[in-house]
Design a protein around this ligand. Structure first.
Ligand code: HEC
Ligand code: HEC
Length: 78
């Protein structure tokens, strides 16, 4: 099979779109980071977060906060 000029143009466009999308800012860059304080420095597991950030604990999440449990996907470590 011979690649025509239009095929190369199409391939180039595909590569360009993939590159552009990969450089879009991820939401993780905008969400508040996990503070680098004594409370958080030693935490490596998401399930320990609820010791303080569950309802009724010292620092509960607001009602608007997403209910997902994968904290590290949205909050980067400072
Ligand atoms: C020992 C209690 C404690 C634990 C455990 C804890 N936190 Fe926190 N967290 C706090 C307190 C208190 C604050 C507010 C103090 C501050 O802003 O520095 C806070 C603030 C935050 C903030 C910043 C909020 C803002 O407004 O900027 C994020 C994000 C956060 N915690 C995520 C996490 C995640 C993710 C985990 C699990 C890896 C976790 N925390 C575990 C006590 C805790
Ligand atoms: C789907 C993305 C997402 C996930 C998953 C997520 N968060 Fe957040 N979190 C956010 C956003 C966005 C904000 C900022 C909310 C705002 O400004 O009102 C935030 C804010 C916070 C705050 C600041 C106080 C508040 O209630 O607004 C804390 C503390 C926090 N997150 C902790 C956690 C913990 C602990 C987990 C895991 C149980 C977690 N987050 C999972 C997106 C997420």
């Amino acid at each position: 099979m011979m690649l025509q000029r239009a095929d190369w143009a199409f391939l180039f466009a595909v590569v360009l779109v993939v590159l552009l999308v990969s450089f879009l800012p991820s939401p993780r860059d905008q969400n508040p980071p996990i503070p680098a304080d004594q409370d958080h420095r030693t935490l490596a597991e998401e399930k320990t977060c609820s010791a303080c950030h569950a309802a009724g604990r010292s620092r509960p999440l607001s009602d608007r906060h997403p209910k997902r449990r994968d904290c590290f996907r949205c909050h980067r470590q400072a």
